[in-house]
Write a protein that binds this ligand. Sequence first.
Ligand SMILES: *[C@@H]1O[C@H](CO)[C@@H](O)[C@H](O)[C@H]1NC(C)=O
Ligand SMILES: *[C@@H]1O[C@H](CO)[C@@H](O)[C@H](O)[C@H]1NC(C)=O
Ligand SMILES: *[C@@H]1O[C@H](CO)[C@@H](O)[C@H](O)[C@H]1NC(C)=O
Ligand SMILES: *[C@@H]1O[C@H](CO)[C@@H](O)[C@H](O)[C@H]1NC(C)=O
Ligand SMILES: *[C@@H]1O[C@H](CO)[C@@H](O)[C@H](O)[C@H]1NC(C)=O
Ligand SMILES: *[C@@H]1O[C@H](CO)[C@@H](O)[C@H](O)[C@H]1NC(C)=O
Ligand SMILES: *[C@@H]1O[C@H](CO)[C@@H](O)[C@H](O)[C@H]1NC(C)=O
Ligand SMILES: *[C@@H]1O[C@H](CO)[C@@H](O)[C@H](O)[C@H]1NC(C)=O
Length: 434
Amino acid sequence: MRVILVLIFFYSVISSISPLYGFDPLDPHANITIKWDLMQSTPDASDVRVSLFNFQLYRHIDQPGWRMSWDWTGDEVIWNMWGAETTEQGNCTKFSGTQLPYCCEKSPVIIDLMPGAPYNLQTANCCKGGVLSSMTQDISKFGATFQMNVAASTNSSDFVLPHNFTLGLPGYSCGGPFEVAPSKFFVDGSRRRTQALRTWNVTCAYSQFLASSNPTCCVSLSAFYNNTIVPCPKCSCNCQELSHTKCVKPGETPSLLRQKHDPNEEPPPVVICSQHMCPIRVHWHVKQSYREYWRVKMTVTNLNVMKNYSNWNLVVLHPNLESLAQAFSFNYRALDQYGYINDTGMLWGIRDYNDVLLQAGDKGNVQTEMILHKDPGTFTFREGWAFPRRILFNGDECVMPLPDDYPRLPNSGHSALASSFTFLLSLLVLTTII
Ligand SMILES: *[C@@H]1O[C@H](CO)[C@@H](O)[C@H](O)[C@H]1NC(C)=O
Ligand SMILES: *[C@@H]1O[C@H](CO)[C@@H](O)[C@H](O)[C@H]1NC(C)=O
Ligand SMILES: *[C@@H]1O[C@H](CO)[C@@H](O)[C@H](O)[C@H]1NC(C)=O
Ligand SMILES: *[C@@H]1O[C@H](CO)[C@@H](O)[C@H](O)[C@H]1NC(C)=O
Ligand SMILES: *[C@@H]1O[C@H](CO)[C@@H](O)[C@H](O)[C@H]1NC(C)=O
Ligand SMILES: *[C@@H]1O[C@H](CO)[C@@H](O)[C@H](O)[C@H]1NC(C)=O
Ligand SMILES: *[C@@H]1O[C@H](CO)[C@@H](O)[C@H](O)[C@H]1NC(C)=O
Ligand SMILES: *[C@@H]1O[C@H](CO)[C@@H](O)[C@H](O)[C@H]1NC(C)=O
């Protein structure tokens, strides 16, 4: 009874503050910040340093990486750039000197350099091919910096910041720039600090709803005490029956794979045909019960034949995670945003072992087993308590089966009261998914 009430509380909290609408209770401060430092300014040119910080606990920027863009307010041109490059030089016919500007585009698109770029083009903290790690996974790789020399052909004494910043990443939108206290920089082995003339921040936020109207991941369940495997809900991500849906039979090579596609753009997912049509499936198996502990096996399967997921991560909500004894084969960190409630954990691969979830095929899966302590008073195999409340893959919500379908304990009394509660739960879950 108490368990059910807790569950209901949970689902109502989730459905009222769902991350689909921009605010994420699991990572309330999540943002990507663009910092624009004006380092030097003369009437004809300015030196600017632009930095990008991924202030997100579990969302990362994977290949093909960020593609930052903005609109100049006047007729500014970029004379030089280090640590990144523009995709186009643009129309520089106005300039007839021996040296042409680096970029004359009104809305330049900037991409990161690849690792191993020529030394004279590098800056400190550049050249990661546009990939930014989440703050939890690798604190040394969550930022990027580039520098440029900009000239406006009108003589304005005040530097005018461009507007309409974008990151070129699905689901992210950026606000307007606002001026903040100038950045300080350590020099001479941290003995002296210099500072920017002026600094502006632009904050960008993610919304799964903006990224894609379809979910990208689903959950299936099983337990040692029942031989039913509860599959991902039908049409979790898409419906196979719809005529425009493409999928491949296992072992088949999709025509898209044989075509050449732009390496700067992520190819659309091509999934193995299934009744849920998700590129990612997470299977949660309640594997074993010991006297004081129980064991869960979790398997993540890549059903997308077009993509290797590097630096993938999972976020799992389960009330028993606060008594997690051990997680095998993955890194684990509690995401206790509210201090008093640590029922949420983040799992990610071990470097050079299973941090890349390979494309669909014989090796397209990663697995972990977790040992959890049976806390007296809360632990039970009844009412689906042993199954996760939410799972996110790379920050995107996975579709769960309905609680009514969860594998049940044999002979568990399915009372009318419990049934109506389950029905209520299903309704709440539905409102979360829709
Ligand atoms: C962005 O995230 C950082 C780190 O969590 C936080 O300090 C900052 O306040 C956030 N910015 C905004 C505008 O929310
Ligand atoms: C390039 O810009 C000049 C003016 O700056 C303009 O006259 C010319 O038509 C432009 N060329 C193209 C191909 O857009
Ligand atoms: C800006 O003004 C300076 C001196 O005030 C002058 O030397 C320079 O040519 C001007 N630049 C442009 C692009 O008009
Ligand atoms: C941003 O770009 C849109 C068109 O892409 C334009 O309508 C809008 O005015 C721009 N915003 C600013 C602040 O200039
Ligand atoms: C501006 O961005 C920097 C780094 O990106 C961050 O440390 C700072 O807190 C931000 N300032 C504000 C007021 O958000
Ligand atoms: C994924 O990685 C494998 C092995 O490293 C490689 O053969 C394959 O081409 C990669 N697939 C994609 C879509 O990049
Ligand atoms: C959860 O919090 C409790 C008390 O705050 C602590 O003892 C326990 O180690 C935490 N569990 C995990 C998995 O971090
Ligand atoms: C296993 O779970 C399913 C789904 O809840 C249920 O229909 C079935 O009766 C259960 N099997 C046994 C042996 O209890």
